[in-house]
Design a protein around this ligand. Structure first.
Ligand SMILES: Nc1ncnc2c1ncn2[C@@H]1O[C@H](COP(=O)(O)OP(=O)(O)OP(=O)(O)O)[C@@H](O)[C@H]1O
Ligand SMILES: [Mg+2]
Length: 463
C-alpha cells in the first residue's frame, strides 16, 4: 500500500477516485483545499500526490511546490481542466511527474500512476544491473583485492540492501565516505537522495536545526521554513560523518529520531514521520568514549547494529599496486593531453608498498597525483619524484629487525614464518588457486602444497 494524497474540491469526484485507488492498493488520504493539503503534507510522508490545479483557496501548484520542497523525490501528478495544457506544462516544469486532463477515465489515471511508479522502479533496477556487472576486485567505487577488503565487500553486499543502521569505523583516509556512498548505491534507495552531514563541520548551536529543520521564527535568523537533513533524506540515506563529535544533548534527540522514525522541526512542536536509512562514520574509538562518558551508550548500541571496520592501508599492502593502477588510469585520463600506460618503476612501486601510509588511501592518491604531475611526458614514474618520507628506504630498518638476538633463534621456524607471509598473500591474490599462487611464488604446485603441510605441522597453519 503506497500512501497517496488526493486533493480535489468536488466531493463526489474525490470519493469515486479514492474508492478506485484504494481498490488499486493505494492508501488514500484526502484534502479539498490547498490549506488542508499543506496540513496533511506536514504531518505525513506521502509517496504520491494527486492534485487538481484549480482549488477554492488557491492554485494546485502551491501544493506541488510545497510537496516537492519538503520531499524532493515525491511523485506529484496534476489534474487540469480541459484545454489548460499550458498549466500542465508549467506544472511539469515545477517538477510534476505527469498530468491528466479532466474529464478522464479512471483507467487513464491509473496508467499515469503506473508510469510514474515504473519510472522510479526502473531507476532502482538500473542500479541493480550495474551492481551485477561489477568486476571482482571492485565494489562500486571501491577497489581492493586483499583478503581484508574482500571481506568488507562481502559484508557490504549483504547488508547494503537492508535498512539496517551501519557504523563505519576506520582511520582517516581509509575510505569511510566512499563506503557510505557504496552502501547507498547498492541499496534499493539508490534512486533517492544520499544526504551527508559532517557533524564536526557545523557549529554546535546550528547542528540541531541542520539535522531536523526549523520553522520560520524558531530562532533569530530563522527567516523561513526549512527542512533538515533527515527530511531531505526521506526514502534515501543519511550519512552522519564524524558522529563522535556530536554533542550529548543532540545525541539524545538523534536516538529518539532513530527509534521512533519521526522528527520534529525546531519550533514546530509536531512530529513528522520519516523513512531514512542512517549510515554513520567515525575515526574515534566510540566504545572508549562510552566508557569516558562522552558518548551515549544507548546511541552507540543503536548505531553499532552492523559495524564495518576499514583496515588501514599498511595492513593490506597488497592493495597498493591495484589502487595505484586505478588512480593512474583515472588521473591519466583527466590529464591534458590524456596519458595512458603510465606506470611506476619497479623500485618506485617497491617504496610505495613499503611505506606506512599514515594518511592511508587519501595520502596514496595524493602521492600518485603529485608524482604524475612531476613526470610530464614520461611513460615511467621514478623514485626521484616521490615525497621524501616515501622515498626513504625502510629496508635498512627491516635489516635491523633481522639482527640475530643474543640468545639465537629457531632458524627453521623463522624462515617458515616468512614463507607463510608470502604464501598467504599469494593465495589471497589468486583467490586460493594453488597453481597460480605457486607461479607467483616461483615454485612448483607440489612444492607449495608441501610447504603448506609443513606450516601446519609447525603450528603455523593458514587458517
Ligand atoms: N577502496 C578504495 N578504492 C579506491 N579509492 C579509495 C578507496 N578508499 C578510499 N579511496 C579514496 O581515498 C580518498 C579518501 O577516502 P574517504 O574520503 O572516503 O576517506 P575517509 O575515511 O572518509 O577519511 P576521513 O576520516 O579523513 O574523512 C578518497 O579520494 C577516496 O576516493
Ligand atoms: Mg570522511
Amino acid at each position: 500500500m503506497r500512501p497517496l494524497l488526493l486533493v480535489d474540491d468536488e466531493g463526489a469526484f474525490r470519493s469515486a477516485v479514492a474508492d478506485y485507488l484504494t481498490a488499486a492498493d493505494f492508501e488514500v488520504r484526502q484534502a479539498s483545499t490547498v490549506a488542508e493539503a499543506l496540513e496533511q503534507l506536514e504531518g505525513f510522508a506521502f509517496d504520491i500526490v494527486l492534485t487538481d490545479l484549480r482549488l477554492p483557496d488557491g492554485d494546485g501548484t502551491a501544493v506541488l511546490e510545497a510537496a516537492r520542497a519538503r520531499y524532493p523525490d515525491i511523485i506529484v501528478i496534476v489534474v487540469t481542466g480541459h484545454g489548460s495544457i499550458r498549466a500542465a506544462v508549467d506544472a511539469i516544469r515545477l517538477g510534476a511527474a505527469d498530468f491528466v486532463t479532466k474529464p478522464f477515465q479512471l483507467a487513464e489515471l491509473e496508467l499515469a500512476l503506473d508510469r510514474a511508479l515504473e519510472r522510479s522502479r526502473l531507476q532502482a533496477e538500473n542500479t541493480y544491473l550495474r551492481q551485477q556487472l561489477r568486476e571482482r576486485y571492485r565494489l562500486d567505487q571501491l577497489v581492493g583485492r586483499s583478503a581484508a577488503m574482500q571481506e568488507v565487500f562481502a559484508v557490504l553486499e549483504i547488508v547494503a540492501p537492508t535498512t539496517s543502521t551501519i557504523l563505519i569505523l576506520g582511520e582517516t583516509g581509509t575510505g569511510k565516505e566512499l563506503v557510505a556512498r557504496a552502501i547507498h548505491q547498492l541499496s534499493p534507495r539508490a534512486p533517492e537522495r544520499f544526504v551527508a552531514l559532517n557533524c564536526s563541520a557545523i557549529p554546535e548551536a546550528l547542528l540541531e536545526a541542520e539535522l531536523f529543520g526549523h520553522v520560520r521564527g524558531a530562532f533569530t535568523g530563522a527567516i523561513a521554513n526549512r527542512p533538515g537533513r533527515f527530511e531531505m533524506a526521506h526514502h534515501g540515506t543519511l550519512f552522519l560523518d564524524e558522529i563522535g563529535t556530536m554533542p550529548m544533548p543532540l545525541q539524545a534527540k538523534l536516538l529518539r529520531a532513530l527509534q521512533q522514525r519521526e522528527i520534529e522541526r525546531l519550533g514546530e512542536g509536531r512530529p513528522v514521520k520519516v523513512d531514512v536509512r542512517v549510515v554513520a562514520a567515525t575515526n574515534a574509538d566510540l566504545s572508549q568514549m562510552v566508557r569516558d562518558g562522552s558518548f551515549r551508550e544507548d546511541l552507540f548500541y543503536r548505531l553499532n547494529v552492523i559495524p564495518v571496520q576499514l583496515p588501514p592501508l599498511r595492513e593490506r599492502r597488497d592493495d597498493v599496486p591495484l589502487l595505484v593502477r586505478d588512480f593512474l588510469q583515472r588521473l591519466g585520463a583527466q590529464s591534458v593531453p590524456p596519458r595512458s600506460d603510465v606506470t611506476f618503476s619497479q623500485e618506485a612501486m617497491r617504496r610505495l608498498m613499503a611505506y606506512e601510509w599514515p594518511g592511508n588511501i587519501r595520502e596514496l592518491e595524493n602521492t600518485v597525483e603529485r608524482a604524475l604531475a612531476l613526470s610530464p611526458g614520461r611513460p615511467q614514474i621514478d623514485v626521484s619524484v616521490l615525497p621524501r618520507e616515501v622515498r626513504s628506504d625502510k629496508a635498512g630498518d627491516r635489516g635491523a629487525t633481522l639482527a640475530l638476538p643474543e640468545d639465537g633463534i629457531d632458524l627453521e621456524r623463522e624462515m617458515a614464518t616468512v614463507e607463510r607471509v608470502f604464501i598467504v598473500q599469494a593465495l589471497s591474490r589468486t583467490e586460493d588457486n594453488r597453481s597460480r599462487a605457486a607461479d607467483l611464488l616461483g615454485v612448483k604446485r607440489t612444492t607449495l602444497v608441501e610447504k603448506i603441510k609443513r606450516l601446519e605441522r609447525l603450528g603455523l597453519g593458514l587458517q
